[in-house]
Structures are given as C-alpha cells and as structure tokens.
Design a protein around this ligand. Sequence first.
Ligand code: 0RQ
Length: 498
Amino acid sequence: LQNRLGVKELESKVVSATEAAKLITNGAVVGMSGFTRAGDAKVVPMALVERAKNEDFKIDVYTGASLGPEVDKFLAEAGAIRKRGPFQGDAGIRNMINAGDIMYVDAHLSHNAELVRQGIIGPIEYLIVEAVAITEDGLIIPTNSVGNSPIFAQYAENIIIELNVSHPEALIGIHDIYVPKEQGSEREPIPMTDASQRLGEIGIRVDLDKIKAIVISEEPDAPSLIVPPDEETQTMANILLDFFRDEIKAGRLTKQLMPLQSGVGSVANAVLDGFADSEFEDLVVASEVLQDAVFNLIDAGKVKFAAATSITLTEELQKKVYGNLEAYADKICLRPQEISNHPELIRRLGLISINTALELDIYGNVNSTHVSGTRMMNGIGGSGDFARNARLGIFVTKSYAKGGAISSIVPMVSHVDHTEHDVDVIVTEQGIADLRGLAPKERVGLIIENCAHPDFKEQLWDYYNRAFEATGGHQTPHLLEEALSWHVNLAKNKTMKL
Ligand code: 0RQ
C-alpha cells in the first residue's frame, strides 16, 4: 500500500466500501470513473446496491461511458439509478431504460465536460474514481481508463477513491491529463499537432480536502466481450483495406494513412486486425478505446503510437498486456475523453474514423442507437464526435440482421444519429459506397447496389423509383406514408420483406 498511497495524511481516510457508500445522499448526482468496462469504480457501487436493498435510495449516475455489471446491471436492477448518462452497453440497464424505469441521456462523449463546467450536469455530490495510486504530490492516477474523471474531480464536491491494487503500478506514467479551461476568453487552443504529444500531468490534480474516503479494492475489470472476426466481419475489413489502397493510389493517403479511430465492437476490431498482414506501416491510433487488435498491431510493429481514453481487453489479452505493460509504456497514452474525442483535435489531426451503424438509409443517414426507432440499444458514444469531424467518416454494418429478417439498409432510418452530411463511406459485407461529394440521388444506386443485401435490393429500388416519380425528383425523394413501412412490417410480421 505504501507505493500506492503517497500522501500519508490520507491513510486516515481508508474505510470499508460500506462506510464509503453511506456518505452518498439519496437523490445525489454522482460521477463515476469507467469507460467501456475499463477502470470502473466497482466495490463502492456494490455497497450502494446493498444500501438500495434496505432503504429508499436513487441517484443520477454519470460516467465516461459504459460500465461493467456492478453499476449497469446490479445497481440498475436494485432500482438505485434515476438517471444515467452518457453511454451504457448492458442488457440489464438497457431493459430498464426501455421499460421507462430509468431516464437515459445519450450524449456525444466529448460534450459532457462542457455540461459539467456549465453546471448543467451537477452539482456533483461525489466522484467515485478507481485509481492505481495517489502519488506523493497528490495526483490521483486512474487505472485503465480516464473518461470524465478529471472534469468530475474538478467540479465534484467530494471524492471517494477506490484504490485498486490489482492494477499494475506500471500504469503510472501512461496517462496524460490535460483539462481545457472555461469557454470564452480563458480558453486556449489545445496545443496538439501530433497524436503522440503529451500535454498535461500523469494524474488528476485535486484538492485533497475533497477526498472523503479511500477504499482498497482488488476487483478486476469485467473483460471485454468482443467476439473474434467471422467471415463477414473479415470481408468488411478486407473491403476497407482495399479502399485505403485506392486512396493511396489516388494520392490522398500514404501507407501510414492518418490517425485511426475505431468504435468498439467486433467489426472495428476485425478491421484493425486486418492491418496485421498488410503493407500499411507506422500507423497511429487516436481513438477512444484501445481493443485487443491495437496491442497485436503494436506487437507486430505496425502501430507506432496509440492514444485513447480507455483500454478494454479480453481476459486473455489483459493478462498478456498487464503482465508486460512496461513494453508498451512509450507507445500508448490515456487521455480524458474530452481530449480523445475533441472536435478540434479530430479535425486538426485528420482522423480516419470507423464506427458502427444499426441501420442506414438509401441517402446515407445512419441510425446507431435506436432499434426500430424507439428502443435504445447502447448509445451514440463517441461516434458522432468522430464522424462529423473526421477527415474520413466511415460506417460499417452487416447488410442484414436477425437471420435476414431485417435489412440494415432501409428507405428512411427510424432514428438519425449521423446525418447524411456526416457520412462519407459505408461498408457492409456486400461492398462499399463512397458517398463523398455525391448528391442524395447519386448515392442511392451505390448504396443499394454495393451495400444492400440481395434479398432487399429490388424492394429498395421499387421504393426509390416510386418516390422519385411521386415527388418529381425532389432533392431527397420520399413517400412519407411509406417511409417507415418496413419497420411497421417488421413489428407486425417479424420481417421487413414485403
Ligand atoms: O443483436 O446479438 O441479439 O442478434 O444488434 O449487432 O451486428 O453484433 O454489431 O456488436 O458491433 O453492435 C451499432 C449496436 C452494433 C454498436 C451497434 C442487432 C444484432 C445484434 C448487435 P443480437 P452486431 P455490434 C463506440 C462508438 C454505437 C455507436 C458507435 C453500437 C446487435 O456498435 O452500439 O459506434 N454502436 N459508437 O442482431 C434490429 C437492426 C439491427 C439490429 C443489428 N437494424 N435492427 N437489431 N441489430 N442491426 C462506442 C463508444 O463510444 C463507447
């Protein structure tokens, strides 16, 4: 513990999780660490679950992104969450959100920090943050994610630290904590022109008087749920790699490409895996989550630097990477999500961003969040931060879902997360549609012919042709009474096939 708790006076703050959990007031707004099941506070939330079983207890929970089961399943199912933001990815809390039991604010992940600064989110009574250490000079060193913890720490009235000794000390030095000042005259440009630049301190500087409790923990993170590439995700990866090759031939990219961002999930991971046996080299990753593939690419000498706000690994890779973190220390960096996802930096660095759609329409609008327009899946996460500001905003999805009953390409999306203005390229296992510079009516043929599943092509053409006819060729032809009929058919007959 000596190495982990550098400020002697704080030793008196060490208490049990139960004691710490008692500090939080019913009805409070609570910030928690954690981003995509990495670096979450775990033991204090589980003590809150116990509290909620015995008394009236409900709080608003804001985090970096999705958490493991402690909060997004057990705390939710204990009825202890009134409102949740800005991202989740667990069936437990998802079902409660869609049953109307929990209010959910699904937000761009770069936006939270400004909302905290403005007091829209808050007042935050407590931040519960997982840390690997508190240094002698009082810096809180987060574990394997940074998320929103720095901004929460700045604005929260109080802080509870879960000092998790199961995380390797080698994490110390990996973080780069830089927090922009208030908007307005105080705000300066973020001085980063290269994704590997460090701008801030190795930990979160806080007013030590705010630290009300320290709980020692050994709970490991819930491992990442990534499934390995299948034939179709592999095909999508190959299509994308060929697209990058064409961009190099056209003189728009070099073999180093541009810094890569990829969303969480199997396709994103498969795409990155695909670089391993390719001619691309000296790649830079500037993403929000570093999944297994990034570490494999560092090992293969393909990735020279990788920055993000979280490291989310499968159990097997967790063992390998954390057992040998020193080997990666000069090649990785974890930043606050306000920085990893900052529009200013995404645009300046010229990112290539790859995110996932649930469905998209014949004009290129993308729905990443709402199943059939009403039911929340996970959330927009960082996909909007990246897609709108990237040099190349790419969306991937299989062309069908649920065994072929659902077409991922529909006449009109039932919810829009990424408008046609933010979507440059679409990839399915069928092929690719490069929409850059095209008018809506020019996109239709590419999307249907290259990306739609063969079972739905005729149906899509039929819709478009009749919409064109009926509107006399409007900018974006639609039959308003029919535009969502595929979703209605799905609800009634369990298929989008007419
Ligand atoms: O459900 O497993 O029950 O069959 O959705 O779909 O194809 O396994 O793909 O795991 O990558 O998830 C968009 C949800 C895709 C995810 C989404 C059903 C499908 C399956 C999952 P089953 P897949 P993935 C990173 C940045 C948010 C935006 C983003 C996501 C399940 O990638 O949440 O990228 N992205 N953010 O059957 C009904 C459709 C469907 C459908 C698929 N059209 N209708 N169900 N499914 N298409 C995140 C962060 O920033 C933190």
